[in-house]
Design a protein around this ligand. Structure first.
Ligand code: E4P
Ligand code: PEP
Length: 358
């Protein structure tokens, strides 16, 4: 058997297509951060870290669509959010959820970077460009952004714009993602596992705090061995699991006890969506109130909340990508804008009450 034939039969047996990908360096050169935008990121990261350390008694509020599928609608949302964030700046640090990578339970649309035209054409080069442009536009409004990191090379294209990051429930247990978090420049929240297990998120926080060495891709696109310094700003996010919530006082206390037992700072972000609201957007406001009540009663370990919110409530099916309702999610159900404003008012009032109780 010839060597060529040998290789043909050995390699890429299940690869259908390979398309060249723009390098991170080229994308950063074409879409650079301005000084003002960089300031928003740096300030956002520093404020988030101070809140996590309880040196700042505000709440970190990560709020925005489940996923971005229409950059115009996301920017429209960002403009409204920037105004409300400024109103509540004394009580809340608002970070907009600008999520481009969707982890799926089985299959489904995997986000704007993976399939920006929403039609299965998987134009990842455009997806990265559209995503980075939107991130810069949101920063231009003075609003820091939060992203979930899923694919381990995507941070090279966008991480410089991100003030706070998440590792999702499906990847919290993954060594690859813990290593990635250990080298990321912003605070990272680890969700509890989809079955509700909080221990894996606690383990993840410990793992990500340590230095790691692993293979990755440099800004130039060259493969490289990275050695990280460890990320001290990691924390857990309670999102419920297997249809059951874990945002109540007992479950929050139990999660904090697990953290203390592991020698970690007692601090937690609570997600009002996902299994804490049974993925029902109308329940999110109720769950938010239940979280706000704990804050108002003096719980200082609840340092932040996560909300899924968009212009229009609920969600819609992507279908063939045509005739979509403007401003409505194509992934998880979101609270509508008016409800979101009320929920943010409620969290700001809870922070004032907590201060009063201190
Ligand atoms: O938050 C988003 C979704 O819950 C997550 O991506 C999983 O979605 P799926 O179960 O619809 O695939
Ligand atoms: C995917 C998400 O959540 P989880 O990992 O908790 O399912 C999300 O917040 O978009």
């Amino acid at each position: 058997m010839s060597i060529t034939r040998h290789l043909e039969e050995l390699r890429d047996q299940r690869i259908g297509r390979i398309v060249p990908l723009v390098t991170p360096a080229l994308m950063l050169h074409q879409l650079p951060l301005s000084d003002a935008q960089a300031e928003v990121v740096l300030k956002g990261r520093a404020e988030a870290a101070r809140i996590l350390d309880r040196a700042d008694d505000r709440l970190l509020v990560v709020v925005g669509p489940c996923s971005v599928h229409d950059p115009d609608a996301a920017l429209d949302y960002a403009r409204r959010l920037a105004a409300v964030a400024a109103e509540h700046a004394q009580e809340l640090q608002v970070v907009m959820r600008v999520y481009f990578e969707k982890p799926r339970t089985t299959t489904g649309w995997k986000g704007l970077i993976n399939d920006p035209h929403l039609d299965g054409s998987f134009d990842v080069n455009s997806g990265l460009r559209v995503a980075r442009r939107l991130l810069l536009e949101v920063l231009e409004l003075g609003l820091p952004v939060g992203c979930e990191f899923l694919d381990p090379i995507i941070p090279q294209y966008i991480a410089d714009t991100v003030a706070w990051g998440a590792i999702g429930a499906r990847t919290t247990e993954s060594q690859t993602h813990r290593q990635l978090a250990s080298g990321l420049s912003m605070p990272i929240g680890f969700k509890n596992r989809t079955d509700g297990d909080v221990g894996v998120a606690v383990d993840a926080v410990r793992a990500a705090a340590a230095p790691h060495t692993f293979a990755g891709v440099e800004e130039s696109g060259t493969p490289a061995v990275f050695t990280t310094r460890g990320n001290a700003d990691c924390h857990i996010i309670l999102r419920g699991g297997r249809g059951m919530p874990n945002h109540g006082p007992e479950q929050v206390a139990a999660a904090l006890a697990q953290m203390a037992q592991a020698g970690l700072q007692e601090r937690v972000i609570v997600d009002a969506s996902h299994d804490n609201s049974a993925k029902d957007h109308e329940r999110q406001a109720v769950v938010s109130q239940e979280i706000a009540d704990q804050v108002a009663a003096g719980n200082r370990a609840i340092v932040g909340v996560m909300l899924e919110s968009f212009l229009v409530g609920g969600n819609q099916s992507l279908g063939d990508g045509a005739n979509l309702t403007y401003g409505q999610s194509i992934t998880d159900k979101c609270m509508d804008w008016e409800t979101t404003v009320g929920v943010l008012d409620g969290f700001a009032a809870a922070v004032r009450a907590r201060r009063g109780a201190a």
